[in-house]
Design a binder for this molecule. Structure first.
Ligand SMILES: [Fe+2]
Ligand SMILES: [Fe+2]
Length: 136
């Protein structure tokens, strides 16, 4: 695979991370005291997503690209904290599917290893949010 194509895929991953950071931060603040556990969980996991965004940006630059920092139109979920958590479960599932696809498509070992590390954390996030949803 050409370096440019790898950069393109990593920029897609980066867009997903940026979307997650913004949605989780916003939902954490809006859920606030009414759903304290959800708010804290969202805030904590947003920090993981920031770390992922940083790793992806570093890989993109190492490959001679530029981090695009773009994202889709934001969808925060419905009005209630439960809706927020349902929405982030969807985002984690999408991220997992995209990372799996990109890991099998990309053949650079360093990039693959980093994406596999991120994927494991996304799988853990999904478990956390699903448990949170069950308890709400
Ligand atoms: Fe992430
Ligand atoms: Fe995640």
């Amino acid at each position: 695979m050409e370096k440019e194509k790898v950069v393109e895929l990593l920029n897609q991953d980066l867009s997903g991370e940026i979307e997650a950071i913004l949605v989780y931060m916003r939902n954490a603040v809006v859920a606030g005291d009414a759903a304290c556990r959800a708010a804290r969980g969202l805030e904590e996991i947003a920090l993981d997503e920031m770390r992922h965004a940083e790793w992806l940006s570093e890989l993109i630059v190492e490959l001679g690209g530029k981090p695009s920092m773009s994202h889709r139109e934001l969808d925060f979920g419905g009005k209630e904290p439960r809706d927020f958590v349902r929405r982030v479960v969807e985002l984690e599932k999408e991220a997992i599917a995209m990372y799996r696809e990109h890991i099998s498509a990309i053949d650079l070992p360093e990039v693959k290893a980093k994406l596999e590390h991120i994927l494991r954390e996304e799988e853990w996030h999904l478990e956390e949010f699903e448990e949170m949803l069950e308890d709400m």
